[in-house]
Design a protein around this ligand. Structure first.
Ligand code: HEM
Length: 429
């Protein structure tokens, strides 16, 4: 069934049907009012078990901060076939690396602190010059035309160039890396239901592409071991990890690099597109930001709150029987955390459906999740977005939607993103 009209009642809501993405925000209002904990019968991982959509800010924040009661689901039942096939191609170590590197929450903290924070988390500021240069080069490509398809011309390549440089992969490999990255996110775009399920045939084909990516990463690791440079993969080949101060295995390094590539691309692309869209539709925002650049930070957070690229993920389960808002959630149930709905919860954010440049603590949204397992790449993504918005304000005047060219269709799946955004502007002198 394709959803073609806005749901009016709870029983008309299916967030995961084709076309539903056009009405997500309206659906959230109904969920908040009528079913803040919404049961999806039979949609848990175990036969006969249920899943629950959690849509209120307070509940999602509490769940992600309580990993003992709501542990991570891992990939149980989600993409085992993919992992099996990748292992059959000889990359089983990379598939198992989550267990060897960070089997519990303490190790997970160590992993973040030692391996990812210095590059894409708290230490991401070191890339500011590189990101700014990439931004301006991309703008140089089309500024004289007075128009651009923004996704292809800016929002997609900026994060791709940034993460490729950070990892230390050659930039000439960008087309191949894009193909692999699309395979990495395929289930989140084309997968069905909240569990992002693909057919076995698609799984097989996709996993073969992902195995190629693993082979590529292995080659890169071999090369970096022999010729280390100032990049993240070279660093991972040399780091002394954990209390035992041990080197990382090939598979462990590959698993970190693999995560950086999947996390570091599409999500930030969608955020950048949402920001350009807002600036084009609400020119007064651009004026306000130009008058006070310190508000760019707030704008970026507000845009991410309103248009969270990762609208929801089924990544937690209940470790024991719990009751949330009067709803019994049996042990083993699967939880779909609807970050995008929590971000639009009026009880947490007054005037939730508009950008408020005066909002206090704007970064408390759920777009990167919260708690010990929140997104490790938020530092890099925030950096890219802030640098990009400032570059747009510096160089583009009178930014507007190109008349007659935009259908503003959202892409399918679990992510919130536009396929295309056609803009016009004049060069700012
Ligand atoms: C606007 C951009 C981004 C959004 C909306 C986003 C969102 C998220 C969310 C919601 C999670 C799940 C957290 C949880 O389960 O509690 C996550 C995990 C993750 N993100 Fe991001 N992310 C973004 C950018 C990035 C970037 C730039 C990177 C890497 C450079 C990255 C790497 C990762 C990785 C590796 C994980 C998995 C962490 C794990 O398994 O422990 N993300 N992200």
């Amino acid at each position: 069934m394709t959803i073609t009209r806005c749901p009016m009642h709870l029983d008309e809501i299916d967030l995961f049907e084709e076309g539903a993405e056009e009405f997500w925000f309206e659906s959230y209002e109904i969920l908040h009012r009528d079913a803040p904990i919404h049961r999806l019968p039979g949609e848990g991982d175990e036969p006969g078990s249920d899943a629950f959509i959690v849509s209120k800010y307070e509940d999602i924040a509490a769940i992600v901060k309580d990993p003992a009661t709501f542990p991570i689901r891992f990939e149980q039942g989600a993409n085992n076939l993919e992992q099996e096939i990748i292992a059959e191609h000889g990359f089983g170590d990379a598939v198992n690396a989550r267990q060897t590197l960070r089997p519990d929450i303490e190790q997970h903290k160590q992993h973040r602190h030692q391996l990812t924070d210095p590059w894409v988390g708290t230490g991401a500021g070191r890339h500011e010059g590189m990101v700014a240069e990439a931004c301006h080069r991309l703008i140089d490509n089309w500024i004289a035309d007075g128009q651009v398809e923004f996704v292809k011309g800016f929002a997609a390549p900026l994060p791709a160039i940034s993460i490729t440089k950070i990892l230390g992969f050659p930039l000439e490999d960008l087309p191949r890396l894009r193909k692999w990255e699309e395979a990495q996110v395929r289930r989140f775009v084309y997968g069905k239901t909240h569990k992002n399920i693909m057919s076995d045939e698609d799984e097989r084909e996709n996993a073969r592409t992902l195995a190629e990516f693993h082979a590529y990463i292995q080659e890169q690791i071999d090369h970096k071991r022999r010729h280390p440079e100032d990049d993240m993969v070279s660093f991972l080949t040399q780091v002394q990890y954990g209390d035992e101060k041990r080197p990382l295995s090939h598979g462990e390094i590959a698993s970190v690099a693999y995560g950086m590539n999947i996390g570091g691309n599409e999500t930030t692309q969608y955020a950048l597109t949402a920001e350009a869209h807002l600036l084009a539709e609400q020119p007064q925002l651009a004026e306000e930001l130009r008058a006070d650049r310190s508000k760019v930070k707030v704008f970026v957070e507000e845009a991410m709150r309103l248009y969270a690229p990762t609208q929801g993920l089924s990544t937690r389960r209940a470790a024991r029987d719990v009751n949330l808002r009067g709803v019994d959630i049996p042990k083993g149930s699967l939880l779909h955390l609807r970050y995008g709905a929590g971000n639009r919860d009026e009880e947490e954010f007054a005037g939730a459906d508009r950008v408020d440049l005066q909002r206090r603590k704007p970064a408390r949204h759920l777009t990167f999740s919260q708690g010990p397992r929140s997104c490790p790449g938020s530092g890099l993504s925030r950096l890219e977005q802030n640098v990009a918005v400032n570059a747009m304000l510096d160089r583009l005047d009178d930014l507007r939607l190109a008349p007659g060219k935009n259908d503003l269709k959202r892409q399918p799946g679990i992510m919130l993103g536009l396929w295309e955004l056609h803009l016009e502007f004049s060069e700012r002198r």
